[in-house]
Ligand binder design. Structure first.
Ligand code: ADP
Ligand code: ASP
Ligand code: MG
Length: 435
């Protein structure tokens, strides 16, 4: 018998009907021994995610506004699921305790984590698996960074002992005993940790699309699915905005070579996408992904190339302000830094002042509203003509490219364009290479 870890995302567990689908997927293969649920997601496009509602409860308390109305919506969602599934599980004491803790000013992470916790209780009850709380095992350090080695060690024996278990995703514990969550979408990481800790044969990630698609289906109509991709491509695409899988979820399983299979809960027979260490290229490009909301800080200074330590000075200013950057395209007398707006977060003026004072540039400009688009593919390596094809497609659509970056691995080409051109750029690249 092989061992499969199955992680189910929010839409896969959004209501009782979706829980039933999950139940039959698990029943269909006895190897699906460990199951990692997210919190209930959207049932319709304009519905609310439970995680968002929980954060909203916390925000109400912070502003000293009553949160009963929002909390009642959450309770109704869970109680409706339990009732429709006909379970004898009584969630009222859990909901009461959570409400009391939120009222007493519990942390945002604690509040958000309860979405997964409650869903885990329901799923364990429905399928008759043991409930294992990751809070006691998935550990973070004082700086809030996952201690992967420790988490893997801690999870191993309780999971092996349980043989079949439901482990809620998204959270763990800080050294001071407080709950800490991953960043949004982080149940994917929990699933990967569980898979690695018990040395699973396969990590299945069940969602609402039939695998990794060559582009975001919200941007390109009916993009082609990818059958097989590598961990490195997945990491590039996920980091660059293909949100189907959390960008950090690849690390635990990659080390052990455990394949990830992205599958669709609403179409379980579709093979989905397999992610492995190495695979023959199936085309020149594997996929396209992108992110909006970047700012470019462009610095110009005569003889910059000859000034020892110029780059270090500029980057030290960012480091001192706790800002990480994405790219630093540079010329002889110019250096630009591409930074995500979420990193800048009100610090732009301060940084510009410091650059003026310490780097003494001839000119200093900022270009806001930039988007980055990555074209990724293991088939691009050593293949001539890729860049020419890409840039002629962009020229044909009159898209002004503000930045170009190609990693030395040749696994990706990243272009920076105005945010307004984001969708047009992804579509132009897709059509140039795929159709
Ligand atoms: P879950 O709640 O199951 O974790 P997510 O919403 O996190 O699901 O991820 C699935 C969604 O990712 C899809 O519904 C789709 O809209 C979006 N998505 C973005 N880029 C891609 C892509 N390249 N391939 C597939 N889905 C993508
Ligand atoms: N429920 C969390 C979120 O909405 C984690 C997850 O879905 O993976 O971000
Ligand atoms: Mg997700």
């Amino acid at each position: 018998m092989s061992v499969i870890v199955a992680k189910f995302g929010g839409t896969s567990l959004a209501n009782a009907a979706q829980f039933r689908k999950v139940q039959s997927i698990i029943a269909a293969n006895k190897d699906r021994c460990f199951v990692v649920p997210s919190a209930p997601g959207k049932r319709t496009p304009d519905d609310n995610k439970i995680t968002d509602l929980l954060y909203l409860c916390h925000a109400h308390v912070q502003q000293s506004i009553a949160f009963d109305e929002v909390f009642n919506i959450i309770c109704e969602r869970y109680l409706e699921i339990v009732a429709a599934l006909g379970l004898s599980l009584d969630l009222t004491p859990y909901l009461k305790e959570i409400k009391a803790k939120i009222t007493a000013g519990a942390s945002a992470d604690y509040v958000a984590s309860r979405g997964e916790y409650l869903n885990g209780l329901i799923l364990a009850n429905l399928i008759g698996y043991q409930f294992v709380d990751p809070g006691e095992m998935v550990l973070f350090n004082e700086r809030g960074i996952l201690d992967m080695e420790q988490a893997l060690k801690n999870l191993k024996s309780p999971l092996e002992k349980a043989q079949r278990a439901v482990i809620p995703g998204f959270y763990g514990l800080l050294p001071n005993g407080q709950i800490k969550t991953f960043s949004r979408g982080g149940s994917d990481i929990t699933g990967s940790l569980v898979a690695r800790s018990i040395n699973a044969d396969l990590y299945e990630n069940w969602t609402d699309v039939s695998g990794f698609l060559m582009a975001d289906p919200k941007v390109v109509k009916n993009p082609k699915p990818m059958q097989k991709i590598t961990y490195r491509e997945l990491r590039e695409l996920a980091y660059m905005g293909a949100t189907v899988l959390h960008e950090e979820s690849v690390f635990p399983v990659r080390q052990a070579g455990i394949p990830i299979n992205i599958k669709n809960t609403n179409d379980p027979n579709h093979p989905g996408t397999i992610i492995v260490n190495d695979a023959e290229p199936q085309g020149t490009i594997t996929g396209i992904a992108g992110k909006k909301d970047f700012t470019v800080i462009a610095v110009e200074k005569a003889m910059m190339n000859a000034e020892l330590g110029f780059g270090r000075k500029l980057l030290s200013i960012l480091e001192a302000n706790a800002i990480s950057f994405e790219h630093i395209p540079s010329g002889i007398d110019t250096m630009s830094v591409v930074i995500s707006d979420s990193q800048l977060n009100g610090k732009l003026d301060k940084i510009l002042d410091e650059i003026h004072a310490q780097c003494k540039p001839d000119s200093l400009e900022t270009h806001p509203h930039m988007a980055l688009i990555a074209t990724v593919g293991r088939g691009m390596v050593y293949t001539p003509g890729i860049a020419a094809k890409l840039f002629s497609a962009l020229a044909k659509f009159n898209i002004n490219v503000r930045m170009i970056d190609q990693g030395s691995s040749e696994l990706n080409i990243i272009v920076g364009v105005q945010t307004n051109d984001f969708e047009k750029t992804v579509q132009a690249i897709y059509h140039a290479f795929v159709e």
